[in-house]
Design a protein around this ligand. Structure first.
Ligand SMILES: [Mn+2]
Length: 375
């Protein structure tokens, strides 16, 4: 995968006559180089690969990326920007592709200044920018395009991450009872995932209860769970960096009529969407299918149009599933399916699976119970 990713970048360099590509997005650095930590950049030319980081990470980077030339910017150049300028100069680069949606404007300006410095110009301005050698060329999305399709190893990791999530769900069910707070449950859930084998990188899990469950991305609070509450858990972990993402909504005690009705409609929305997914079908049509169950009901105004997303090294990645998508489903992509019903002041229900798209439909990577659970 890493070899292929580098090859595809060099193909881009050839095709667009660009001399180097600067990778700044953390997950892309990982995808291309295998480096598993933070605060690193890759500078790639057709025949050289640099990894720029600082002494907190140089030992790890040297072990994980033996085929990269390491630049400890703190020890040598004084800044990341100067390290980029150094690598550019060493390779006589006149054009550098970069990820414009990830590189901060501050870093962009500092890199321009460092390049100007090398060209003997003292400060950055729009006029001086044209004199910059080399020129920075926006080229976002190259690596995202590759990341969309998962190879067998990536699928294995995603499957493992998902199964860890499922096991943690089965454990947390024993802890849910009146009086326990959302924060306590959220902490336990994270702990169970790590104990079940997840990487320990933090991940913002959602665990909310009662009327708060209408908050699509609510943050766990000190609220104690009460009898009759929905408890909505949207959570996931990483395994070798690959993420899982799953949501289940349960009821504490006996569900009332309305809770049953909304839950049943939600179940149907998820089922119909999952049954629709096939390579070649339009993603936006899946959105239409997802709303079928509620179209003629009072709940239609309470659905949310974003009903899924790609998941891999990052939790929300291409393709996104919703009415404005121009994409079609593709084999070997991993996506979430998560239509939901959210009624302000009352509560919400979301069921979310992570699914692998195969030639003949989906494989559900998160096969946890989807019937209404009353605890
Ligand atoms: Mn999700």
């Amino acid at each position: 995968m890493r070899e292929e990713a580098y090859e595809l970048i060099t193909e881009y360099l050839e095709k667009e006559s660009v001399d180097a590509y600067l990778v700044s997005r953390t997950v892309n650095v990982r995808y291309v180089s295998g480096y598993t930590s933070d605060d690193a950049y890759l500078f790639l030319t057709r025949n050289k690969k640099y990894l720029i980081t600082d002494p907190r990470y140089t030992e790890l980077a040297a072990a994980e990326c033996p085929d990269y030339e390491l630049i400890d910017w703190r020890g040598s150049c004084g800044s990341v920007a100067a390290a980029v300028a150094f690598a550019a100069k060493e390779n006589g680069c006149r054009t550098i592709g970069y990820e414009e949606d990830s590189l901060t404007s501050g870093m962009f300006i500092r890199i321009c200044e460092a390049l100007l410095d090398d060209a003997g110009i003292s400060s950055y301005s729009e006029e001086s920018r044209s004199a910059v050698t080399p020129e920075l060329i926006p080229a976002d999305g190259l690596i995202e395009e590759m990341r969309k399709h998962k190879n067998p190893w990536e699928i294995k990791c995603a499957r493992a991450a998902s199964m860890i999530t499922v096991r943690a769900f089965e454990r947390i069910l024993h802890d849910i009872r009146p009086g326990v707070t959302e924060k306590e449950l959220a902490a336990n859930l994270s702990r169970y995932m790590v104990l079940e084998g997840a990487d320990t990188m933090p991940y913002g899990n959602i665990l909310i209860s009662g009327a708060r469950t209408s908050l699509l991305h609510g943050v766990p609070s000190d609220k104690a769970v009460a009898y009759g509450d929905f408890v909505l858990m949207d959570f996931g972990c990483q395994f070798h960096g690959y993420m899982s993402d799953m949501t289940r909504t349960v009821v504490v005690g006996k569900a009332d009529e309305r809770q049953r009705e909304v839950y049943r409609l939600e179940q149907q929305m998820v089922k119909e969407t999952e049954e629709f997914i096939l390579p070649g079908r339009k993603v936006k049509d899946a959105y239409e299918v997802s709303t079928r169950a509620i179209r003629e009901t009072e709940y239609y105004p309470y659905h949310y149009a974003g009903i899924g997303h790609g998941v891999g090294l990052f939790v929300h990645e291409h393709p996104f599933m919703g009415p404005r998508s121009e994409e079609v489903f593709e084999e070997n992509t991993i996506m979430t399916v998560e239509p939901g019903i959210y009624i302000p002041g009352w509560g919400g229900v979301r069921i979310e699976d992570t699914v692998l798209i195969k030639a003949d439909g989906i494989e559900n990577l998160t096969p946890a119970e989807k019937e209404l659970i009353e605890l």
